[in-house]
Ligand binder design. Structure first.
Ligand code: SF4
Length: 353
């Protein structure tokens, strides 16, 4: 496919708008696009985003409630105890700290807040502190309460649901085929099983991946269609910014246009999902970060990431205002992962100086 095939790209976006789907071969060709044709791809993805999501944009914020000392060996991660990354680990935070962080996130413009624990999954000993953190964030109204806790048992998933957690984040990280090159201490299937378990007990799911770890276009296609099959409510897209001390510290960085292309193709494959651009946005996209919304994203992280700093939230809110998009609160919505775009309520934009 080349720029001369623009009508094909437009008819492709029309097909998706009319309920059709991208094939794996089409996805492979689109992921391979380069040069001027990318602008046409962006336009096609924009049409699909506008149709399914309108002007809506949301932000979420995460808090590393338990940080570092992780038994797992994910090659991209600053928190793995297998690598010397110079981070300062800390044990599980107390409830008041979590409640304060959740209130701060709400005030900064996040419509969702997630506690994030390092580790393969919650131990019995950790569980009371986790429930304390859940109760603490539930003290803050008007925000979607989320949790990233690793592999869960059915009892834990049910406890979280009963305690008012609305959404579980658990990423696939990469394709089934490439996964053994990135993690050896747990399996890709374990990740899929946790997402399915969360869905079974009625939790919403946020399940995405990291690009830029050395995977191929075939891995991108495989990953994207695995996500399509899993049908999570939200798909966070992370773009590796290599962390010194990890085995991926010298991984070549994805180019900004390559990142935008990935977002655009993911939008065409997953037209109804909330596509959230998460880690690596500022550092990898630099001046092109506002393009994420044009090429298909509907959401982003606001504030800091787990192991790296984000930019001031005022800059993100100003970006949304300048793009004349609408900043929305996704509190309202059902937990049906069948993905009708949830009804959303418009937030009052704060006065920006
Ligand atoms: S990604 Fe999660 S499980 Fe893997 S090393 Fe980091 S904290 Fe541990």
């Amino acid at each position: 496919m080349s720029v001369a095939d623009l009508p094909d790209l437009l008819s492709l976006s029309r097909r998706i708008i009319n309920g059709g789907e991208l094939t794996r071969e089409e996805a492979r060709q689109l992921f391979a696009l380069e040069g001027e044709a990318l602008y046409d791809l962006f336009y096609a993805a924009h049409k699909v985003r506008r149709h399914f999501h309108g002007n809506r944009v949301t932000f979420c914020s995460i808090l590393p409630t338990k940080f570092g000392n992780c038994s797992e060996d994910c090659k991209f991660c600053a928190q793995s105890a297998h690598y010397d990354t110079g981070i300062t680990p800390h044990p599980m935070m107390d409830g008041p700290e979590v409640a304060q962080a959740c209130a701060d996130a709400r005030a900064r413009g996040a419509s969702a807040f997630g506690i994030v624990n390092s580790g393969r999954g919650p131990t019995k000993r950790e569980w009371p502190k986790i429930m304390e953190a859940v109760r603490a964030m539930k003290e803050v109204d008007g925000i979607c309460h989320c949790a990233t806790l690793g592999t869960l048992t059915e009892e834990q998933a049910r406890d979280l649901k009963a305690a008012g957690v609305r959404r579980i984040n658990h990423n696939l990280e990469t394709s089934r085929e490439f996964y053994p090159h990135i993690v050896s201490t747990h399996t890709w299937q374990e990740r899929v099983d946790t997402v399915r378990l969360a869905q079974r007990v009625g939790l919403e799911t946020c399940c995405g991946c990291i690009f830029g770890m050395g995977e191929t276009i075939d891995d991108w296609v495989s990953l994207a269609f695995s996500l399509k099959e899993l049908n999570p409510n939200v798909v966070p897209l992370n773009f590796l910014f290599p962390i010194p001390g990890t085995p991926l510290e010298k991984a070549p960085r994805l180019r900004p246009m390559e990142i935008l292309k990935i977002i655009a193709v993911m939008r065409l494959i997953l037209p109804r999902q909330d596509l959230k651009v998460a880690g690596g946005r500022e550092k990898n996209l630099r001046d092109l970060q506002s393009w994420i919304f044009y090429v298909g994203a509907t959401s982003s992280l606001i504030g800091n990431y787990l192991a790296t700093l984000g930019r001031p939230n005022e800059e993100d809110l100003q970006m949304i205002e300048d793009l004349e998009l609408t900043w929305h609160d996704d509190r309202v919505g059902d937990a049906d992962p069948a993905i009708a775009p949830p009804p959303m309520t418009t937030w009052q934009l704060p006065v920006l100086s």
